[in-house]
Design a protein around this ligand. Structure first.
Ligand code: NAD
Ligand code: GLY
Length: 350
């Protein structure tokens, strides 16, 4: 078993990673749920695959378990579904000492995390992420959210779980497109913090559980230093600023989030290399990694995309923080005037 400590003072917790852990996690759960109610929030795809195994472990750990199932997909990260989830939890005679368990990908994790932080002004939360993206990113670090018509993730909380339980075997049922989304985030971690992991990803000589553990370790280090996202945590946005512009321009759902982030990392690094901010050859490495894991390296309509990104009405103020890498493994960020986004997306200063 690989175990990572997240040492946020006063809210320390562990991330447990192992194949088959879902069928053997009662010892981890017992100190958290014994004699309590456990509300498992899950979605319509994950429930038939993994709820029974988790329920058996919760029962063995001494919990009285019930489930709340939401439709699979981003649409469930809404205020109305959030209200329904909170209501269903409370209909089950739930008290402040009881526990919410998020079983699923980042949608369930963000929604259940928000519910746990709000129901009765905050109850215990356990994350059981079942997508590669949620294992390496969203289940760790305590960001919870739902979406509003005005934008994504605009209502939420910082609310740390009491444990994260990662069963690598859940990835066996994950569709390829979702695996690629997780790989885009893993490439991001290699780019901002771990050149060696990038080399291993390129050669194929690695164990995925080790890679997941390393990504969780990197995220834990960053979050411990900057839980509230005012500095170092911004590094986790490498590829995301341009990626969001790409998603906006092409329409959410046309390209996967991972594909948009993959394109974003390439566009940003192309610009940074041209400007001399990034060591030559880094773009080739990021492109090679994207290609190896079935992710795109570029998109069409860059001029139109640049103009749309520049005139994005949701962007507040004249400046924005961009994340770059000096070279593979060394991420950094800087504040720039928003017009620079135009240069970045168009492909550097002509
Ligand atoms: P998701 O939760 O929608 O899961 C993707 C799909 O895979 C869904 O259809 C789901 O039902 C299905 N699925 C999940 N596990 C499965 C399994 N083991 N086998 C088969 N199917 C499975 O998407 P995601 O990519 O996991 O998460 C995306 C969400 O995460 C977004 O809403 C994003 O905003 C959020 N996010 C949050 C953070 C954070 O720090 N809180 C970080 C990154 C992303
Ligand atoms: N995924 C971005 C963050 O957790 O800050």
């Amino acid at each position: 078993m690989r175990t990572i400590d997240v040492n946020i003072p006063g809210r320390e917790y562990k991330i447990h990673i192992e194949s088959g852990l879902l069928k053997d996690c009662a010892p981890i759960l017992e100190p958290i749920v014994k004699g309590r109610k456990a509300a498992v929030i899950t979605d319509t795809n994950v429930e038939p695959l993994y709820y029974a195994a988790l329920e058996a472990q919760l029962t063995a750990a001494g919990a009285n378990t019930f489930k709340v199932v939401v439709e699979a997909g981003e649409n469930s990260k809404s205020i109305s579904v959030f209200g329904r989830v909170c209501n269903e939890i409370l209909e089950n005679d739930f008290s402040r000492t009881d526990c919410v368990i998020a079983l699923g990908g980042g949608v369930v994790g963000d929604l259940a995390g928000f519910a746990a932080s709000a129901v009765l002004r905050g109850v215990t939360l356990v994350q059981v992420p079942t997508t590669l993206l949620s294992q390496v990113d969203s289940s760790v670090g305590g960001k919870t959210a739902v979406n509003l018509p005005v934008g994504k993730n605009l209502v939420g909380t910082f609310y740390q779980p009491s444990a994260v339980i990662i069963d690598m075997d859940t990835l066996k049922t994950l569709p390829e497109r979702e695996v690629a989304c997780g790989m885009a985030e893993i490439i991001k971690y290699a780019a901002i913090r771990d050149k060696k992991m990038g080399e291993a990803l390129l050669s194929g000589g690695y164990d995925l559980a080790d890679v997941v553990a390393r990504c969780c370790e990197i995220k834990a280090e960053i979050v411990v230093n900057d839980e509230r996202d005012t500095g170092e945590r911004m590094l986790l946005n490498f590829g995301h600023t341009v990626g969001h512009a790409v998603e906006n321009y092409y329409g959410y759902g046309t390209l996967s989030h991972g594909a948009a982030v993959a394109i974003g990392m390439c566009i940003m690094t192309e610009y940074a290399e041209k400007m001399g901010y990034t060591k030559a050859g880094t773009l080739d490495t990021i492109k090679a990694l994207n290609k190896k894991y079935g992710l795109p390296t570029d998109c069409e309509h860059r001029a139109e995309l640049a103009s749309a990104a520049l005139h994005d009405k949701k962007r507040k103020g004249d400046s924005l923080s961009i994340v770059l890498v000096h070279e593979m493994g060394e991420g950094y960020y800087m504040k720039v005037h928003k017009s620079v986004l135009n240069d970045i997306v168009k492909g550097g200063r002509a």
